[in-house]
Design a protein around this ligand. Structure first.
Ligand SMILES: [Zn+2]
Length: 126
């Protein structure tokens, strides 16, 4: 199942990130998912919960954000978010635009708890 393998790769990313914070407990992981990536966020959340349940990380929650497709206008070089698959540039009205995003699946941030008290939000370093 597609979403299950994504859930497992999120855990791999969390594991890698935690190497920088020995002893920290992961609380929440943020993910950016382009709407064109064809990922069902509900289904992904469900898979994620089922893979962390019963592990040391069962308090870890997933914060998946859906991102709209982005495009760049070749006439004015403006970047814009494509609303309802509209490909016209909102700035100059030109139709000569290319897709620049919307199918991404990016690790966004990881929130960890250190010393059992303070929590820190760390951004992805990629
Ligand atoms: Zn334009």
């Amino acid at each position: 199942m597609h979403e299950l393998s994504i859930a497992e790769s999120i855990l791999d990313a969390v594991r890698a990130e935690l190497l920088r914070y020995p002893g920290a407990k992961p609380l929440r992981v943020g993910l950016r998912i382009g709407v064109l990536a064809a990922v069902d966020i509900d289904s992904l959340s469900f898979c994620f919960e089922s893979v962390v349940r019963g592990t040391d990380w069962d308090s870890l929650t997933l914060d998946a954000k859906s991102c709209p497709p982005t495009r760049r206008c070749l006439a004015c070089l403006g970047d814009f978010e494509s609303v309802e698959y509209n490909t016209l540039c909102p700035r100059c009205g030109d139709g000569n635009t290319i897709s620049t995003g919307g199918d991404e699946l990016d690790f966004d941030y990881l929130e960890v708890e250190t010393d059992g008290a303070s929590s820190t939000q760390v951004q992805s370093t990629e």
